[in-house]
Design a binder for this molecule. Structure first.
Ligand SMILES: *[C@@H]1O[C@H](CO)[C@@H](O)[C@H](O)[C@H]1NC(C)=O
Ligand SMILES: [Zn+2]
Length: 480
């Protein structure tokens, strides 16, 4: 059965179709009886029951009433951080909070000077979020380490293991993602301290409010020495429908799409809605509308807008056609009154593709066509690049180790399986993108219901939470 699926998944779908030809039927529920496994080897109390309870508990900690919202260093974020810190200690880790609000928990293993494995994800959320995005990666890591701790096997690993709960990945507050992981990776510029949120409060002020007096020098000191790090692993919900479609709880990730966020400001001539004739208006709202429709057409059919000569460039067009996704998710107008022609309209553009060269070409084409619209309509426009992240290719060795661990976990839970684990490309950004500037990265995706994320309807089966913890446990046991 083929369901209509959004474009970014078309590569994965092709792969999965191949797998499904080779495979026998896969049961979608776990069956311990037939697998003959001993339940005590798979630690359901820690990896499933406690992990699920913690996800629920963390999901209650919100800045908003009635829905989940935790933005950078908000009071809910600080509370969530303290809770996570307690869970880190419960798993036998030594903990600290750094000057960007990242929560760290670490165990040295047999050799404190060996390169460390870092496992991480983020504790901040979008507005009206689900409870699994980010949190799952932190909680399943802590669950796996707790199993080792309880069994007295945590301090005997051959290298240090550090879990980091990053303070800012979604970037809701400052429109600038990866503040926490970028600082650890050493790619956050000192100027970031001066960026402001919607109320005009700088990052430095927010830190000060939280008793963190940070200078530019401190910020640069957050960077980890690449020689002290072995690699980075992140478990995250898929946020798409492929694993559910394939009937697998876990999948390996081979790369993350690159992303650009733009802010477009359109300034026109503010006026009375009743008195200014249509022919004499410079209306930024209508201009913005035209620009947004242009964006949609360009991203749906990049081949109609970008023309290249020669064979090598056609591969870029091909990968854009398969992976380009663009969204205007936020728009604001001034003065925002029904009887006023607005003076200014501001909107965001979120643009993603796996092809970095193609992304630049799209931004160039989009900007020049947007400026043409502005000229024709006699409004003045500025297009600011707010965020850029190149596509990241996961380390192939780390990926195959994670893939084996995930395979072993699913097998331990289900008994014999006769297929390969799915391999996916991530259309969503992750902390792993920032950390790839520091060390090799690998990711595991966890199935989520209907592929729904960034929504309170986001859901991961208890069994799949369990599978993710068990996979990390298997990874640490075999590689460390
Ligand atoms: C500990 O790790 C360091 C750095 O990798 C290495 O040089 C050293 O030989 C290791 N010591 C032991 C006892 O394995
Ligand atoms: Zn996330």
């Amino acid at each position: 059965m083929r369901m209509p699926l959004p474009k970014p998944f078309s590569y994965s779908i092709l792969l999965l179709l191949l797998f499904s030809f080779l495979s026998t039927t896969i049961s979608t529920s776990f069956d311990f009886q037939s697998s003959g496994n001993d339940l005590k080897d798979v630690y359901p109390e820690i990896l499933r029951d406690e992990a699920v309870a913690r996800l629920q508990q963390l999901g209650q900690i919100s800045d908003a009433e009635g829905y989940l919202e935790r933005t950078f260093l908000s009071s809910a974020s600080v509370k969530a951080g303290n809770l996570i810190r307690g869970w880190m200690e419960d798993a036998g880790l030594r903990t600290w909070v750094d000057s960007l609000g990242n929560i760290h928990g670490r165990v040295e293993g047999r050799n404190a000077s060996a390169e460390a494995l870092i496992i991480g994800s983020h504790l901040d959320t979008v507005v009206d979020a689900g409870i699994f995005d980010g949190s799952l990666g932190i909680i399943s890591a802590l669950a796996a380490l707790k199993v080792l701790h309880v069994n007295g096997k945590l301090r005997t690993r051959k290298r240090p293991v550090e879990v980091i709960a990053f303070s800012d990945e979604e970037g809701v507050r400052f429109q600038s993602t990866f503040l926490g992981s970028a600082a650890v990776a050493g790619i956050l510029p000192a100027s970031a301290l001066q960026i402001t949120d919607k109320r005009g409060i700088t990052l430095q002020d927010v830190l000060k409010e939280n008793s963190i007096d940070i200078t530019e020098e401190h910020l640069l000191q957050l960077k980890y020495d690449p020689e002290s790090v072995w690699g980075y692993v992140e478990v995250h919900i898929e946020q798409g429908p492929v694993l559910e479609w394939a009937g697998f709880p876990l999948g390996a990730v081979n790369g993350i799409a690159g992303q650009t966020r733009l802010q477009v400001k359109v300034r026109g001539s503010q006026g009375h809605a009743g008195t200014v004739p249509m022919s004499m208006r410079q209306d930024p709202m209508a201009a913005a509308a035209e620009m947004i429709v242009l964006l949609e057409s360009l991203c749906k059919h990049p081949k109609n807008f970008l023309s290249y000569d020669g064979n090598c460039k056609s591969s870029i067009l091909e990968s854009l056609s398969n992976s380009l996704v663009c969204t205007v998710g936020e728009i604001s107008t001034w003065p925002s009154a029904s009887n006023v022609i607005p003076g200014q309209v501001t909107f965001t553009v979120d643009l993603r593709t796996i092809d970095d060269t193609g992304r630049e070409a799209v931004i160039y084409e989009l900007s020049s066509r947007m400026y043409q619209i502005c000229d024709r309509r006699s409004v003045s426009c500025t297009i600011d690049r707010k965020h850029d992240a190149n596509a990241v290719i996961c380390d192939s060795e780390l990926s195959s180790q994670l893939k084996s661990a995930a395979f072993a976990a699913v097998k331990r839970m289900r008994g014999e399986i006769h297929t390969e684990l799915p391999v996916l490309m991530s259309g969503a950004g992750h902390d792993a993108m920032a950390i790839s500037h520091l060390t090799k990265v690998g990711m595991l995706f966890v199935r989520c219901r209907g592929g729904v994320s960034h929504s309170p309807a986001e859901h991961v089966l208890d069994e799949d939470v369990w599978a993710s913890g068990l996979a990390l446990l298997a990874f640490i046991e075999t590689q460390l």
